[in-house]
Ligand binder design. Structure first.
Ligand code: FAD
Length: 425
């Protein structure tokens, strides 16, 4: 256990959960406020980066700018691959050709964002373990405390909130951030309602080696069971080049597919992988992830703020869950900083209301958009296929609509929090 004792007169922020958005929040606030704010991250794994091994995330431009502002991006360029083009196709598994209906290129991203930095790709694929290690290391360097324990319960105590730990002992803070994941115990204990459902699909994630370079292109094939995404990673692995796949499959079919020997699993991946990247090899995984949609009815309770998957869970069809969590971290850091600079209570109701106002619509809009896309595409009915293929063709020809899609995905428009625009808190 390593929790900083707040200096007299300083404030304390407690964060339950050491995932990527919470580490970004801890770092942003500690960098901005130093000894005036004690920040403690409480996680049963001590925020161990190894938990993220083999995962990679599509990080939108806003998240990249936030990491750059926090001084981390330069350390991550060896594990980040720019996505320069996104190609979308829609077909059945047995179809001999997969017609391309929609392409997003770097040029479209440039048109889309008035405030973008020249030449900036709309997203990067970033390996999650080194990202977590860089965040946790930078947090330790600036004096964020880490406690290796779970939070058992939390209760407001006048002008503070008290937290009980699984290892015994208690901590008190001005504000507790519940970043304890989709099944947040703290959200339930605070009796914050949750609207949502599980999808009859799972996400299968693996790192695939291939003999030919991907050229920075990402592909999303919409198959009847769900999207099959191929996302470019930095070169490496046994065949010289690598991509990450996020394969959405019906849950029952996925169990049967994953029960096979590794070469049988690879053969199933090859049937879907269509891209001509030469010989393929399974470098890491596959791992299986249940998929769900969920949105908290409120993003706060007394002296408690929900952050990341504890506040919203979305389908990975657009690779936006972590990006939403980082936007939460940027907005909450902004709201807390505003209060501290005015000498106000960082856990007070105004701060929490400002935070919710900044984040709720964006989270709802992204949840609705990803759910709609998944329903529209994970379906083999002929009229629906014709309608969506026509829809994608129309979007591809209308720059305004395409800009909207990319602007949404890049999370970098003027309404975004300062850190996501690359500005200081
Ligand atoms: C298949 C798949 C692909 C995805 N791809 C992308 C992508 O490309 N881009 C993207 O932006 N997003 C993506 N996402 C979403 C992304 O993975 C999540 O949104 C993100 O990891 C959520 O982070 P989190 O910290 O909120 O939650 P988690 O990562 O679940 O972390 C929760 C933490 O809380 C801790 N904890 C739990 N209980 C307690 C307790 N009682 N006390 C203290 N700590 C506790 C846990 O140990 C854990 O460390 C994907 C998701 C899936 C399923």
């Amino acid at each position: 256990m390593m929790a900083e004792t707040p200096r007299p007169g300083s404030r304390r922020l407690l964060i339950a959960g050491g995932g990527l958005p919470s580490l970004a929040l801890a770092l942003a606030l500690k960098q901005a406020h130093g000894p005036a704010l004690a920040v403690t991250v409480i996680d049963p794994s001590g925020a161990d980066p190894a938990r993220h091994r083999g995962r990679a995330y599509a990080l939108a431009a806003g998240g990249r700018r936030m990491l750059a502002r926090l001084g981390l991006w330069d350390r991550l360029t060896d594990v980040a691959e720019p996505i320069t083009e996104m190609v979308i196709s829609d077909s059945r598994l047995a179809d001999p050709v997969r017609p391309v209906f929609l392409t997003f290129g770097q040029d479209s991203a440039q048109e889309a964002e008035a405030d973008r930095i020249d030449g900036e790709p709309f997203a990067h694929m970033v390996e999650a373990e080194p990202l977590a290690a860089a965040l946790a290391g930078a947090c330790r360097d600036v004096g964020v405390g880490f406690v290796t324990a779970g939070v058992v319960r939390a209760a407001p105590e006048g002008t503070a909130i008290g937290v009980e730990l699984t290892i015994g002992g208690r901590l008190r803070g001005d504000l507790l951030v519940a970043a304890d994941g989709a099944r947040s115990r703290l959200r339930e204990a605070a009796r914050i309602g949750w609207v949502g459902w599980s999808y009859p699909q799972v996400g299968i994630v693996a790192t695939i080696g291939h003999a030919r370079p991907h050229g920075g292109r990402a592909f999303e094939h919409f198959l009847p069971a769900g999207p099959f995404a191929i996302l470019p990673l930095r070169d490496g692995g046994t065949l010289g080049h690598r991509s990450s796949i996020v394969w959405t499959e019906r849950a029952d079919a996925a169990d049967a597919l994953l029960a096979g020997e590794p070469e049988e699993v690879l053969a199933e991946i090859e049937r879907r992988f269509t891209l001509d990247l030469g010989a393929l090899a399974l470098e890491h995984g596959p791992s299986r992830h249940p998929l769900a949609l969920g949105l908290a009815r409120s993003f706060h309770a007394q002296r408690l703020a929900l952050l990341g998957d504890a506040a919203h869970v979305i389908h990975p069809i657009a690779g936006q869950g972590l990006n939403l969590g980082l936007a939460d971290a940027a907005s909450l850091a902004e709201a807390v900083t505003g209060a501290l600079r005015l000498g106000l209570d960082p856990g007070g109701p105004d701060v929490l209301r400002d935070y919710e106002r900044a984040r709720r619509f964006d989270s709802f809009a992204m949840a609705a958009a990803t759910d709609g896309l998944n329903r529209l595409f994970s379906n083999d009915a002929l009229p629906l296929r014709l309608a969506r293929d026509l829809g994608l063709g129309i979007v591809d020809r209308l720059p305004g609509l395409k800009r909207f899609f990319i602007g949404e995905a890049a999370a970098a428009r003027g309404t975004r929090p300062r850190l996501m625009r690359g500005e200081a808190l």
